[in-house]
Design a protein around this ligand. Structure first.
Ligand SMILES: C[S@@+](CC[C@H](N)C(=O)[O-])C[C@H]1O[C@@H](n2cnc3c(N)ncnc32)[C@H](O)[C@@H]1O
Length: 268
């Protein structure tokens, strides 16, 4: 079986239990040294066959899969969650064509790790209820549909997570300014959860200098949007308001405890 495993953002304990288990059981691991810290390989047993995909083409990786039959436990370790800029679809297609068994083990994406590091919720009522994951086009612009990308989404004013774009700070700022005010909060997060993590809080107006100040061009995530403003929330969530009912909680009236008591779940 080939397991496409999300390694998480970097810290070895931010992989899922299932992901760590797959690494423990792996006969072969293909991992991206450029994006996943070597500490993740501590989950593997001694003697595991390891290949570094940073120096491999897709064909090289597929040749590794091909060299083993379905009985082998092969882990392809992808940074963050494999579904986000993971280039797994072409590998899935190969597995389907070759009738090879495969599974996908999700991981903690760098967006989640970045929000945690900033101690912010990305969806705050009245500020932003949407998160756009995107990137600058650049070398891969041919793979981006016209009308898609940073400049296209900026006017919506939602929370935006920009991947793979740290090397082009001025271009990124120019695209963001097509929609966001220069005063809109932004954050530059480099190697979140790695030992040398760096976090710079800034604004769209100051973004290029903030990115340059980190000295990082790779493994940089830029978050943008009013949800990042370091102020109390303007409107609390309806979900936990006493006036709001849900399938699980009745409306509570002033002075009454009905419907308000928290339930202790009996697991026995
Ligand atoms: C090939 S993409 C993979 C994204 C990954 N699948 C995810 O879910 O985070 C690599 C880009 O993800 C972002 N990234 C991944 N890990 C990161 C981390 N620990 N800190 C900051 N950005 C990260 C950066 O934008 C980097 O250029």
């Amino acid at each position: 079986v080939i397991s496409f495993v999300g390694a998480g953002p970097g810290a070895a304990d931010l992989i899922t239990l299932r992901g760590a288990e797959r690494l423990r059981a792996a006969d072969v691991v293909v991992w991206a040294s450029s994006l996943v810290p070597i500490a993740l390989l501590d989950h593997c047993h001694e003697g595991v066959e390891v290949h570094d995909s940073a120096v491999m083409t897709l064909e090289d990786v597929l040749a590794v899969y091909d060299a083993h039959d379905d009985g082998a436990s092969i882990v392809r370790l992808h940074s963050g969650d494999p579904s986000v800029y993971g280039a797994i679809q072409e590998q899935i297609d190969w597995c389907v064509t070759r009738e090879r068994s495969f599974e996908i083990v999700p991981g903690v994406t760098s967006v989640a790790a970045a929000a945690a590091a900033l101690q912010r919720e990305l969806t705050i009522p009245t500020l932003s209820q949407s998160v756009v994951l995107t990137r600058l086009g650049g070398k891969t612009s041919a793979s981006m549909r016209p009308g898609e990308g940073v400049a296209a989404f900026a006017p919506a004013g939602v929370t935006m997570a920009v991947f793979l774009s740290g090397a082009r700070p001025d271009e990124l700022q120019a695209e963001l300014l097509t929609g966001y005010e220069p005063s809109t909060p932004a954050a530059v997060l480099s190697r979140v959860s790695w030992p040398d993590e760096s976090i710079v809080r800034t604004t769209v107006g100051e973004l290029p200098d903030a990115i340059r100040s980190t000295g990082a061009t790779r493994t940089v995530l830029v978050l943008v949007g009013d949800a990042l403003a370091d102020v109390p929330v303007p409107a609390r969530s309806h979900l936990y308001a006493p006036s709001h009912t849900t399938t699980f909680r009745l409306r509570s009236t002033p002075g009454s405890t009905e419907g308000r008591a928290s339930r202790v779940t009996d697991r026995a």
